[in-house]
Design a binder for this molecule. Structure first.
Ligand code: GLC
Ligand code: GLC
Length: 642
């Protein structure tokens, strides 16, 4: 069978079958043109997954109708945005990009109030805002909103869809890109599809993985990890209503969708286009590593997961091309990079950089960071990392054990050390963190805690020790300097700019106390913002220092479109990298991960292609002729030709 010929035949039939009468002449031409451009790819991708089914063409045709509907319902202003973005697809690789992730309720109370917080975001230079899931979800525990009951309904405590549209518009007016979650690996067990499945509707039972007994689940279970072993062992939950076992990778109320069913792909595409049409510019693909299950594998990062994501991406190119994908793959670094492709996910969280920044803070050594990034940092120049130091989730130590082994580090032992260090069980640690997801079978765990608490501020304030406080502030600024300069979109986690400490009140809330991640999901009140404006206190020093770094970033194009090269520095406490732009500009960053002064050979300046250098942060001049360059404890240099 010739795939190309079949694809062309199908396209012809499909175009004939579509009712395009609702579109203006120009829009009709535009839609058909995009369909013709992207259908061949979409066809090949879907054929790979569903081509063996007798009803393949039926689902293909109904998908085309969904795409048409998504296009029809897209507003004129978003269609305008589509054109802009198609003409300038590299908009997210600019020096002015700066993201923030926040919970609507914790940051502003609700969606309407969030509009009032736009000036605050602007004052920081934020132009990309990821709002944590704000959809309708079960009362009580909803995994922080990651159990979606209705993608088209906003959680009533935050407002409604109109409020969201108003917010999207207000953000667009201020050139802030709205980023929403696309929680497509699972729905909540209260979603209409799940409710129908519970009542025995076989069509909807096929939307999920449901089994009469434990035989098949046990066969799968052999190779699966457990994500939340603290609340439930295994990956399947018994549902009493339907008397079936249901695949639930995360909590028992989060039912994994069954993408081997093309009906699920189509239904979710329709939900995706609804979100796109709300005006978001990027969708964060939640838990994307888990969407394809293959017996005998760990059911993560399967080749068909990539095929599916590419197919979703092709759907967007047809109906809502302004929207891009951000990958949330918190997995082995070799797997993380496989999702990054302009036809798959244009953006990706960088969990390796995040985890290894924390590693280097603990060890004061940069070899693992340097070697790992030399291997895994470079990605296609039309894609971008989203670099972060904290997010709403725990820290998992997802580095490459082979890279560690080359340095004489045993991965498992080292993870145990890091967990001890960040949960404060290691003598001399500066960190105040909490263990998360402890697995009774193998002792594994991950780490929770706010940036400030993990970086030592909580301990410093508790002991009222100016030296500890000062070190913590320096650490916080230093780690931010890296995400601001290494290449990619820096993503701040709301509250970190204010140095917020762990909030232990979750322990009093029955719907939260079993999930330690709540310790770093902290309310941002007006008082806390004001506190950070009072001269001299640690919070103000953090905010001020951060704003200074941000403003330097935004003034220099070298922080935007330029490639990054991780360097060797001959001093194991220093982390060094260079950025080169096509115009011949160079940035040389040197970061001291130790609290003590460190020196390095001034020859490193030669990377700038100049004998003289100037530090953008302190303004100080350096020259290659001098013997050594000395950095103070936790100091950062951003050197340019000078
Ligand atoms: C993602 C989210 C996490 C959630 C999980 C299940 O990893 O970041 O918070 O628990 O998906 O949706
Ligand atoms: C696991 C998953 C990741 C998720 C996290 C939530 O690490 O791989 O996707 O964010 O669990 O705790």
């Amino acid at each position: 069978m010739n795939l190309q010929i079949e694809s062309q035949r199908s396209l012809k039939r499909i175009i004939k079958s579509l009712d395009l009468s609702g579109l203006s002449k120009a829009n009709k031409a535009l839609f058909v043109q995009r369909l013709e451009a992207h259908f061949p790819d979409l066809f090949a991708l879907l054929f790979d997954i569903y081509g063996h089914r007798y009803d393949f063409y039926f689902h293909l045709q109904s998908l085309a109708q969904t795409l048409l509907q998504g296009f029809e319902q897209r507003s004129a202003s978003l269609k305008q945005k589509d054109k802009q973005r198609v003409n300038k697809p590299d908009w997210y690789i600019q020096e002015n990009m700066l993201g923030m992730a926040c919970y609507v309720d914790l940051f502003a109370g609700d969606l309407s109030n969030l509009i009032q917080r736009i000036p605050y975001l602007k004052s920081l230079g934020i132009n990309y805002v990821h709002l944590m899931p704000l959809y309708d979800c079960p009362n009580g525990d909803s995994d922080g909103g990651y159990a979606v009951s209705d993608y088209r309904k906003v959680n009533p405590s935050l407002g409604n869809v109109k409020d969201l549209a108003r917010l999207a518009k207000a953000m667009a007016d201020e050139n802030i890109s709205l980023v929403l979650d696309f929680v497509f690996n699972h729905t909540s067990d209260e979603h209409q599809w799940a409710m129908s499945a519970k009542q025995g509707d076989s069509e909807f039972q096929e939307y999920y993985y449901m089994f009469d007994d434990k035989n098949i689940p046990d066969m799968y279970e052999h190779n699966l990890r457990e994500i939340f072993p603290q609340v439930r062992r295994g990956n399947f939950s018994w549902n009493e209503e339907s008397k079936k076992w249901v695949w639930t990778t995360f909590n028992n109320f989060q039912w994994d969708l069954n993408y081997s069913n093309p009906g699920v792909f189509n239904a979710i595409t329709s939900e995706m286009l609804f979100l796109a049409n709300l005006g978001c510019e990027a969708l964060r693909l939640d838990a994307l590593a888990f969407i394809w299950k293959d017996m005998g594998t760990d059911c993560e990062n399967q080749p068909k997961a990539h095929t599916l994501i590419k197919a979703f991406n092709a759907c967007l190119r047809i109906s809502a091309p302004a929207v891009i994908f951000k990958s949330e793959a918190i997995v082995h670094p070799d797997e993380v990079v496989k999702y990054i492709d302009k036809d798959e996910c244009q953006l990706s969280y960088n969990p390796l950089l995040m985890a290894l920044i924390w590693n280097s803070l603990a060890t004061r050594k940069t070899r693992l960071l340097t070697d790992s990034l030399r291997k895994s940092f470079n990605i296609s120049s039309d894609c971008s990392w989203v670099n972060y130091v904290r997010c709403h989730d725990d820290i998992g130590w997802t580095f490459d054990d082979d890279v560690a082994r080359n340095l004489g580090i045993d991965g498992n032992d080292h993870r145990r050390f890091l967990n001890q260090f960040y949960t404060g069980r290691f003598e001399g640690s500066f960190a105040t963190g909490v263990a998360f997801g402890e697995n009774p079978s193998n002792g594994d765990c991950r780490v929770c805690g706010s940036l400030a608490s993990l970086a030592g501020l909580e301990q410093g304030l508790q002991q009222n020790n100016p030296q500890l406080i000062d070190n913590a502030i320096k650490r916080i600024l230093m780690v931010h300097s890296i995400i601001l300069s290494i290449g990619g979109i820096p993503l701040l986690y709301s509250g970190d700019e204010l140095g917020l400490l762990n909030d232990y009140s979750y322990k009093n809330d029955v719907s939260k106390q079993h999930d330690e991640r709540w310790v770093h999901r902290i309310a941002i009140t007006d008082e806390k913002i004001q506190l950070a404006q009072q001269a001299g206190n640690p919070q103000q020093k953090i905010l001020d220092g951060l704003v200074q770094l941000i403003s330097i970033r935004q003034q220099h194009p070298i922080f935007g479109q330029s490639d990054s090269q991780i360097l060797e520095s001959n001093n194991h406490h220093l982390f060094t990298y260079a950025r080169h732009s096509d115009e011949g500009e160079v940035l040389l960053a040197i970061v001291n991960f130790s609290e003590h002064p460190q020196t390095l050979d001034s020859k490193i300046i030669e990377h700038l292609g100049s004998l003289n250098a100037r530090d953008l942060i302190s303004g100080q001049a350096y020259c290659a002729g001098q013997k050594n360059i000395t950095l103070g404890g936790y100091q950062v240099l951003w050197l340019v030709q000078g």
